[in-house]
Design a protein around this ligand. Sequence first.
Ligand code: NAD
Ligand code: WQD
Length: 342
Amino acid sequence: MKALITGGAGYIGSHTLIALSDAGYDFVVYDNLCNSSKESLARVSKIINRDIDFVEGDIRDKKRLQELFTTYKIDAVIHFAGLKAVGESVEQPIRYYDNNVNGTLVLLDIMQEFKCKKIVFSSSATVYGDPVSTPIEESFRVGGTTNPYGTSKYMIERILEDLVISDSSFQAVILRYFNPVGAHESGTIGEDPNGIPNNLMPFISQVAVGKREYLSVFGGDYDTKDGTGVRDYIHVVDLADAHVKALNYINSKQFNTKNLTFNIGMGVGYSVLDMVKAFERVSKREVPYKIVQRRAGDIAKCFANSLLAKEVLGWSALKTIEDMCIDSWRWQSNNPNGYSDK
Ligand code: NAD
Ligand code: WQD
């Protein structure tokens, strides 16, 4: 069984390649490297001890995808490719809708042409907007998104649902990731954001390693245990494993269109200060912080009920926040400048 991994050179994709290889799945990576480099693939190749088939290209490039589907017999697609910066999406909505939504439409069109009918899609908890309560269940209302990035994920979910309705032999699994963090235990691959990190964990790591002076904690007056925002952090290695479980499910007789969409989180909410303290404990470094204004668009609490993934996919998160911090710290301290340290 050969899977096409779009966006496979990126943060979550590169970790998933290892999980796929361990599970015996064969794959080819397709990526335009707009937010990644070939170095991640070279390092994954070392970890899994084999060469990786890689084709450089854009998911909007119909001709290149046709060539790829002609060269390789693709049985399923894991679709990570997309732009993901929330703030940037507000400034550049057309670029985000074109890349994410139009790109997915081109990919699905080619899949139909080559009769490839299995896809696992990277969605996000962002589709829930500000939830009425926590923990969040898959049945909660979606679409109250607050930025073009989130809306692009919502739109793609709808497109996949409509496709499944139109063609009973088409199988899709939508994974709604909560907050992916951490890195592979080798410390050789991890998240490598460009410029100033938007997300909490890479920011904390860069403060601990001395690249940044202090963490700005966005808001200390939320209705949470310590006033700071609460999120469901999920170790990227657990998340990678969810994709293997999703492929197994798609290939099994248990696959049922009633269960297409799964929350992928730990099911526990941690505050910003919980994460700071855990990081300080494992790194034995101080993480200075200042509480500042809330960040526009942020919500107080977001964490998952992930029981459906446990029941149907047989997946649940195994790693703790200490593991997340230890592995992020190993990656950050071994590679203070990410992949450019090679
Ligand atoms: P990433 O940016 O590290 O990886 C995405 C990869 O897709 C990159 O290698 C990039 O070069 C590639 N890409 C982007 N547009 C492309 C295009 N048009 N054609 C070909 N390749 C393209 O991001 P990630 O954190 O690994 O995220 C993977 C997926 O998971 C994304 O779809 C993202 O929206 C989704 N997701 C991420 C998070 C998160 O917090 N990291 C949370 C929820 C969902
Ligand atoms: C986590 C918490 C911040 C940075 C985003 C996207 C979401 C998904 C995951 C893709 C919040 C606080 C952060 C900082 C801080 N991505 N924080 N100081 O916003 O939950 O989710 O990434 O799908 O769509 O919106 O993640 O890591 O940015 O923030 O205090 O410098 O940390 O306010 O409470 P978020 P995050």
